[in-house]
Ligand binder design. Sequence first.
Ligand SMILES: [Zn+2]
Length: 81
Amino acid sequence: MCIHIFLTDGLPGLAVWDPDEVGIRVARDAPVSEVLREVRDILMIDLGAPASLGGPLRCFCGMPVELPDQLLPYALAAEAS
Ligand SMILES: [Zn+2]
Protein backbone atom coordinates (compact mmCIF):
# COMPACT_ATOMS: atom_id res chain seq x y z
CA MET A 1 0.00 0.00 0.00
CA CYS A 2 1.53 3.26 -1.09
CA ILE A 3 1.88 6.41 0.93
CA HIS A 4 -0.72 9.08 0.32
CA ILE A 5 -0.55 12.78 0.94
CA PHE A 6 -3.49 14.45 2.66
CA LEU A 7 -4.19 18.14 3.06
CA THR A 8 -5.36 18.85 6.59
CA ASP A 9 -6.44 21.86 8.58
CA GLY A 10 -5.17 22.58 12.07
CA LEU A 11 -1.98 20.51 11.86
CA PRO A 12 0.60 21.03 14.65
CA GLY A 13 3.41 21.25 12.07
CA LEU A 14 4.07 21.43 8.34
CA ALA A 15 3.72 17.71 7.74
CA VAL A 16 3.00 14.74 9.99
CA TRP A 17 3.30 11.02 9.28
CA ASP A 18 0.06 9.21 10.05
CA PRO A 19 0.65 5.44 10.33
CA ASP A 20 -3.07 4.69 10.66
CA GLU A 21 -3.81 6.25 7.28
CA VAL A 22 -0.50 5.15 5.70
CA GLY A 23 -0.10 8.74 4.71
CA ILE A 24 1.45 12.08 5.42
CA ARG A 25 -0.84 14.88 6.52
CA VAL A 26 0.28 18.29 5.34
CA ALA A 27 -0.94 21.68 6.51
CA ARG A 28 -3.29 23.17 3.94
CA ASP A 29 -2.23 26.74 4.61
CA ALA A 30 1.56 26.21 4.87
CA PRO A 31 4.01 27.40 2.20
CA VAL A 32 4.07 24.65 -0.41
CA SER A 33 7.82 24.63 -0.95
CA GLU A 34 8.42 24.10 2.77
CA VAL A 35 5.73 21.44 2.93
CA LEU A 36 7.30 19.50 0.08
CA ARG A 37 10.73 19.65 1.72
CA GLU A 38 9.25 18.39 4.97
CA VAL A 39 7.39 15.60 3.20
CA ARG A 40 10.57 14.53 1.44
CA ASP A 41 12.44 14.44 4.75
CA ILE A 42 9.74 12.28 6.31
CA LEU A 43 9.77 9.91 3.34
CA MET A 44 13.54 9.56 3.19
CA ILE A 45 14.56 9.81 6.84
CA ASP A 46 11.62 8.34 8.74
CA LEU A 47 10.27 5.89 6.17
CA GLY A 48 13.40 4.88 4.30
CA ALA A 49 12.18 5.86 0.85
CA PRO A 50 14.76 6.15 -1.94
CA ALA A 51 16.46 9.51 -2.28
CA SER A 52 14.47 11.84 -4.48
CA LEU A 53 16.55 14.99 -4.55
CA GLY A 54 15.63 16.89 -7.69
CA GLY A 55 13.07 14.28 -8.72
CA PRO A 56 9.55 13.23 -7.86
CA LEU A 57 8.81 12.23 -4.28
CA ARG A 58 8.94 8.47 -3.93
CA CYS A 59 7.18 5.96 -1.72
CA PHE A 60 9.31 3.45 0.19
CA CYS A 61 8.46 0.94 -2.57
CA GLY A 62 10.00 3.24 -5.18
CA MET A 63 6.77 4.39 -6.85
CA PRO A 64 6.23 8.14 -7.27
CA VAL A 65 4.01 9.54 -4.55
CA GLU A 66 0.77 11.06 -5.78
CA LEU A 67 0.36 14.62 -4.63
CA PRO A 68 -2.89 16.50 -4.11
CA ASP A 69 -3.72 18.79 -7.03
CA GLN A 70 -3.02 21.81 -4.83
CA LEU A 71 0.63 20.81 -4.46
CA LEU A 72 1.29 19.52 -7.96
CA PRO A 73 2.13 22.70 -9.90
CA TYR A 74 4.57 23.69 -7.19
CA ALA A 75 6.18 20.26 -7.12
CA LEU A 76 6.73 20.36 -10.88
CA ALA A 77 8.22 23.83 -10.63
CA ALA A 78 10.54 22.68 -7.86
CA GLU A 79 11.75 19.77 -9.98
CA ALA A 80 12.46 22.04 -12.91
CA SER A 81 14.60 24.47 -10.93
ZN1 LIG B 1 4.51 2.37 -2.39
